[in-house]
Ligand binder design. Sequence first.
Ligand code: ZN
Length: 455
Amino acid sequence: MRTTLYANATVIDGEHDEARERWSVLVEGERIAAVGPVDSLPAPAGARVVDCTGRTVIPGLIDCHFHGAYQAVTCWEDYDLRRSIEHATLLAARNAQTLLEAGFTSARDVGTRGLIAIALRDMIDAGVILGPRLSPGGRIISSTGGLADGFGHWVENRASLGHVVDGVEAVVKAVREQVKYGATNIKLEASGTGISPYSDSRKQTMSTEELAAAVKEAHRNNVRVACHAQATEGIKNAARAGVDTIEHGSFLDEEGADLMLEHGTILVPTISVIWLYVNEGPNVGVPQWIVDKFAGDLAEHRQSVEMALDRGIPMAVGSDSGHSFNPQSIIAIELELMVEWGFTPMHAIKAGTSIAARAIGREAHVGRLAPGLFADLLVLDGNPLESMKVLRAPGGIRRVVKGGRLVAGAECPRVEEIELGFDVAPEGATGGVGVGEDGAPDRPCCLQTSDELGQ
Ligand SMILES: [Zn+2]
């Protein structure tokens, strides 16, 4: 069995509140064998030793809000219409690898086209492609006119991001279909969002009865439930229904916070997606009406995160990446923004490791540096407690180790750097975005508000 000693590091184990100086991590095969002071952990005979002097070792990060199939999205049509499902699948494979290279060794997919996320999980597990340990979901289960009901009735798309169903019976059937194909996570919605053509972030959508029926059926099958909820009433409906995580949580009030604490609901606040919509969206082709909607949410979103911090609601890192302004390569920005919005650096790291592992139901396997867990870890050229930017600095991540194997990082030999951007997406009928002569995105205009759709 291959044995590696990561020796003499600053160790942040994802669980304890203090960093340990001059500690080591011993890895045997794909698991962690021991963690302790450098003097108590000599290298076993035959072990490889990675000298981590001056470096920090932390658990591999976890993205609780990944969408492998998202690529350079600026508006709803980009999710579903601009490229074929085959193109989207191949791009998702690359996005999974990018996520791993960004230091995320586990992820939960919370909404995909068709069965892309399940195929990704299976191909990663089989070693066909590189990617994080993936907890896959299916399409987003949505009510008519809700979050993921993206098109008029004249558009038929049986593999679209949204699976539109109404009523308890239909919702239960939708959950069973996803369980049938291997989802380990169900994504529901209790409110719309800024990009939804027929809804918005302040409108509650699926009823408590529909949500509760989905949760019951999912849990009966040992499958967890993530629920998009921004609207105040939507957050409460989702918490009452017993969802495992609430995504975004933009307009949390005291009663909603009470309900989340009562039900043990974890919040995935996705700070960066909302912040970047507003601050970067206009530069990369997001239509102004969408930017305006998110801009109207941002201050209250921050107040909600601060309330959740105050009230001690557990929060986990989730990126909602894959839009034109937040490619998978930059998503450690979520931890930077957590610190900017009031988390201590140690709390942000726990939100991206041990708390995130709890959020996705994988805490027995990942999210901490402890004996018996998978050896998923990062070797960093610096200390994230001093600056979280080390996670995004060129060469900041020296090693990404997944299951004891070096899979990415500056010290991982690789064939070629590939950076995907909106300007290299395929053009034409399968579509995408090119760059015009002036350097601006050259693309068909995005759809319209729902008012215009009705004309
Ligand atoms: Zn999302």
